[in-house]
Design a protein around this ligand. Structure first.
Ligand code: FAD
Length: 397
């Protein structure tokens, strides 16, 4: 039976980073994953370029029942610390938009960096491994694997959430939490496209692929200003993904398709200059033509010239374009979600070490717990920061 100071289950972002940091601090670490390669989500992330952190990391960008929980770890291992590591490995990166940092080249570089850091920490990695059972006794944890049983003083669960089952996601972490009596908050898909009810979906089919800058607002008042993308299933794009984490089934969302335009001013100016110009052509100056045509066919944009447009029509038009109320049918679910909301209740964990308060030596890091970030590198930063906090404790620092 192999004996380790720490066994870490899940060789994703949090698990690999924690293993590397604890190993380099002197712990004898075993890292286990059910997949045939480590960091599978990292490889898929950011369109293959991995949006590995964000310049503007702040606790307000995280959803959790306890909004204060993430503060300590984010402050102790920051985006600047991770950027420093990426740069030391000679990985070139750039800011795409809104502080989002991507590799210039490939997400593989981040996985290679983590593998190299694990090697530096003499971490032993076992891939394609199923954990069949875990028991705790006075020596720590006995982890039964397919083949043998390993013993560790400390056990770290880094098995992530439920999103993208095709990439190895399992409810393993939640089951272990429950086995040891920790509360798990209900989970649901986050950062996920909306689906639409049939009549509306069919009406908007022709818009599939059209993207517009927008401000989209949830019923609780949270709003995001980013682009919205019409898809053949419903609505997507960064604005929608962000908002989906704040949306509850049955609620409406309100969309401003012209966040940068004073519509009344535009219409009044154009009417003075070109009274015979069609409303459709005027709106085509500020909106994609396909969108204007579709809305006209649906009767949402009257087929009139500017001088024919009456006050009531103008105010209805402003409402349609700047306060379009949509009731999503649902979301695309875990199949395409970037994160899982909910998970191991942070009340059960120390925000300084990620250790379970009532189960000595048992830790949860990364997405498995009830901390989820916005789109844009926030989730990886949580993986790095929570992993680092845990690694310090594993190594007794
Ligand atoms: P994961 O990275 O999911 O790692 C969990 C690991 O545990 C996996 O390797 C899995 O195989 C393993 N595992 C699961 N169950 C078991 C088991 N029973 N036994 C053994 N091993 C198990 N976030 C960003 O910040 N920026 C991005 O650009 C970004 N892009 C994304 C793109 C996609 C397509 C997806 C799905 C997510 C993206 N995210 C992004 C979110 C980010 O990937 C996750 O928040 C992050 O990977 C969470 O890290 P983690 O280590 O907690 O979990």
């Amino acid at each position: 039976m192999g004996k380790f100071d720490a066994v870490i289950i899940g060789a994703g972002a949090a698990g690999m980073f924690c293993a590397a940091m604890a190993g380099q601090a002197g712990s004898r670490v075993l890292l286990i994953d059910n997949g045939k390669k480590p960091g599978r989500k990292i490889l898929m992330s950011g369109g293959g370029r991995c949006n590995f952190t964000n310049l503007y990391i702040e606790p307000a960008a995280y959803l959790s029942q306890n909004p204060h929980f993430c503060k300590s770890a984010l402050a102790r291992y920051t985006q600047w610390d991770f950027i420093d590591m990426v740069s030391k490995h000679g990985i070139a990166w750039h800011e795409k938009t809104l502080g989002q940092l991507f590799c210039d080249d490939s997400a593989q570089q981040i996985v290679d960096m983590l593998v190299a850091e694990c090697e530096k920490g003499q971490v032993i990695t076992r891939l394609r491994s199923e954990v069949l059972g875990i028991e705790r006794d006075e020596n720590g944890y006995a982890i039964q694997l397919n083949g043998d049983t390993v013993q560790a003083a400390k056990l770290v669960i880094a098995t992530g959430g439920l999103s993208m089952p095709g990439l190895g996601a399992t409810p393993f972490g939640y089951k272990i939490a429950e086995q040891f009596g920790l509360k798990v908050l209900p989970t649901r898909a986050g950062l996920v496209p909306f689906t639409l009810h049939k009549p509306l979906l069919e009406q908007l089919q022709v818009l599939s692929g059209v993207s517009v800058p927008s401000v989209i607002t949830a019923e609780n008042g949270v709003s995001f200003r980013e682009s919205l993308l019409f898809t053949h299933r419903g609505l997507s794009g960064p604005a929608v993904l962000q908002l989906s984490s704040y949306w509850q089934p049955g609620e409406f969302v309100s969309v401003n398709l012209l966040p940068d335009t004073d519509l009344d001013e535009l219409l009044n100016e154009q009417r003075n200059a070109h009274p015979n110009q069609s409303l459709k052509n005027t709106l085509g100056m500020v909106l994609p033509k396909r969108l204007v045509e579709c809305l006209q066919q649906l009767g949402q944009i009257p087929d009139v010239t500017l001088k024919q447009l009456n006050t009531r029509q103008q105010s209805e038009l402003t409402d349609t374009l700047q306060n379009w109320r949509v009731q999503p049918n649902g979301t695309e679910g875990y199949r395409t979600a970037e994160v899982t909301l909910g998970g191991v209740d942070t009340k059960e964990l120390s925000s300084r070490t990620m250790e379970a308060r009532n189960v000595p030596g048992l830790y949860f890091i990364g997405e498995v717990m009830d901390v989820s970030g916005w789109l844009g590198g926030y989730n990886f930063q949580w993986a790095w920061s929570s992993a680092w906090a845990c690694a310090q404790d594993l190594a007794g620092e």
